[in-house]
Write a protein that binds this ligand. Structure first.
Ligand code: BGC
Length: 261
């Protein structure tokens, strides 16, 4: 628990499932006030709000498409209306799908870039504007991926979006550092979430993925949420512009594990 998070106000985009729900719950345990954004999964968002309340925080579910300026503004407005201010903004909403690049449809490229990269830009822009206009310190956390660093054949649009998130994060971290607005990313590896449920239900695919993780196991959403809580808290007060990988060592070139090379 981080005392300074008590009563702080956060927006979490894509809070209705997986890592977003885990961060919602963790922020509830920190007794924060949380706007849980969802696009279509109202039941998931409502369940996340229930978790927040059970854990001792306050939560409100708000529908919005984070790929639009009106969508992210609705989330800022909801934070201010319900809880009076904004302290922490988590750009968590994301999506992926698999296509050989020579067959990747422009529409699929645009959809993934819109949610994963344009959504991060629009959410960050709205939060930055709020912090600057109110002359207050701020904290932005972007959900990136190990694939901001590791190429991922047949997921070129996804990898491109996360590579974009990396330099976007570093750039705005630098641009707003002197205003005491910190911006960091989290780079999850293979995590037990709905996005991966089908893949990890297949023992062969699960074994293939586990082989690429030096810790030899899949991560839990709560382990990613713990990184979000630390980055949101003052315990990380001198940290900005990083990607905190939560990946069991996946980014460490596991193919070299046996000393080959
Ligand atoms: C993806 C997962 C994948 C993991 C490791 C994440 O960014 O969302 O589907 O298992 O990277 O490759």
């Amino acid at each position: 628990m981080y005392e300074d998070l008590n009563n702080k106000v956060a927006v979490i985009t894509g809070g209705s499932k997986g890592i977003g729900t885990a961060i919602s719950k963790r922020f509830g345990e920190e007794h924060m006030n949380v706007i849980v954004n969802y696009n279509s999964d109202v039941a998931g968002a409502t369940a996340a709000v229930d978790e927040i309340k059970r854990a001792g925080g306050h939560g409100v579910a708000v529908q919005a498409n984070v790929g639009t300026e009106t969508g992210v503004q609705a989330l800022i407005d909801a934070a201010v209306t319900n809880f009076g201010t904004l302290d922490v903004w988590v750009n968590n909403a994301g999506m992926e799908n698999q296509h050989a690049t020579h067959e990747l449809m422009l529409a699929d490229w645009e959809k993934v870039i819109n949610v994963n990269l344009t959504g991060v830009f629009l959410g960050s822009k709205a939060a930055l504007k709020y912090f600057v206009d109110h002359g207050k310190p701020g904290n932005i956390i972007n959900m990136s991926s190990v694939h901001e660093q590791i190429p991922w054949p047949t997921f070129a649009h996804y990898a491109a979006s996360k590579g974009g998130v990396k330099l976007f994060t570093e750039t705005i971290a630098m641009e707003y550092a002197a205003r005491n607005i910190r911006v960091n990313s989290i780079g999850p590896g293979a995590i037990n979430t709905p996005i991966n449920a089908q893949k990890f239900a297949d023992p062969e695919q699960l074994a293939n993925t586990t082989k690429m993780v030096p810790m030899q196991k899949i991560g839990e959403p709560s382990e990613v949420a713990a990184a979000a809580a630390w980055l949101a808290s003052n315990q990380s007060s001198y940290v900005t512009g990083i990607t905190l990988f939560v990946d069991g060592g996946m980014t460490l070139y596991p193919a070299f594990q046996g000393g080959q090379g």
